[in-house]
Design a protein around this ligand. Structure first.
Ligand code: CA
Length: 236
């Protein structure tokens, strides 16, 4: 049973076999996903430009443009560089799967596959990409963020965060230890359509540090020179 409280991620199913596409749509919708379809690579790329899905299920063997090429093009566009892609292949050779992953697919699944196996992989990827929050509480080290009540604590002490600092901390907690460039943080926390200077991120990181780090506590925000910021227990 799909959890009604859970977000309903949008899946783009790229599949030229109509019967398989219909079956996938039926099973995915039953599991609480929204489904969009494309029967070939060109259509897939134009669908993606119109409405970016949360995840792409990409058939390898497509007419005209192969799944590999579609994946390459998805990765080439800055807006979809991090879009989760699962390659669907009928081939069993490891060599091909490795090629698929090198092209930028996040995972692959070999036909025939069970709906359960597919959905498990999709959920794992969506959780990693932050499209599927699984808990109402996020935690890292001694920091806890309660998304339902919008409260943050460190070591039991309430943290006073502005709305931007809250979203920033939430994003870090959703991706612990991952280093984000300022531009990535701007896209994720401020939104793609808002034009702010990358230096704005520094200002809010400073505020976040001040809010979360008590006098005796270690700094959990790691500054990576020329790369960006991460939440990490090794902040040095
Ligand atoms: Ca096919």
């Amino acid at each position: 049973m799909p959890d009604p409280a859970m977000a309903r991620p949008l899946v783009l199913v790229v599949e030229d076999e109509a019967a398989l596409a219909t079956m996938l749509r039926y099973n995915l919708e039953k599991q609480g996903f929204r489904v969009d379809e494309a029967a070939d690579g060109q259509e897939a790329l134009s669908r993606i430009s119109e409405t970016t899905p949360d995840i792409v299920l990409l058939d390898w063997m497509l007419p005209a443009m192969s799944g590999l090429e579609v994946c390459r093009q998805i990765r080439r566009r800055p807006a979809t560089r991090d879009l989760p892609v699962i390659m669907v292949t009928a081939r069993t050779e490891d060599q091909d799967a490795v090629r698929g992953l090198n092209t930028g697919a996040d995972d692959y699944i070999t036909k025939p596959f069970s709906t359960e196996a597919l959905i498990a992989r999709m959920r794992a990827l969506l959780r990693r990409s932050g499209s599927l929050p699984t808990k109402s509480t996020l935690a890292f080290d001694d920091i806890t963020l309660d998304l339902a009540s919008h409260r943050a604590t460190r070591n039991g002490r309430a943290l006073h965060l502005g709305p931007t600092e809250f979203r920033l901390l939430q994003y870090f907690l959703e991706h612990p230890r991952r280093v984000f460039a300022r531009e990535e943080l701007l896209d994720a926390v401020w939104g793609k359509d808002i034009h702010v200077e990358p230096r704005t991120v520094d200002v809010h990181i400073r505020r976040l540090r001040k809010a979360i780090n008590g006098p005796e506590e270690r700094d959990l925000i790691r500054t990576v020179r020329a790369a960006g910021y991460a939440i990490d227990t090794e902040a040095a």
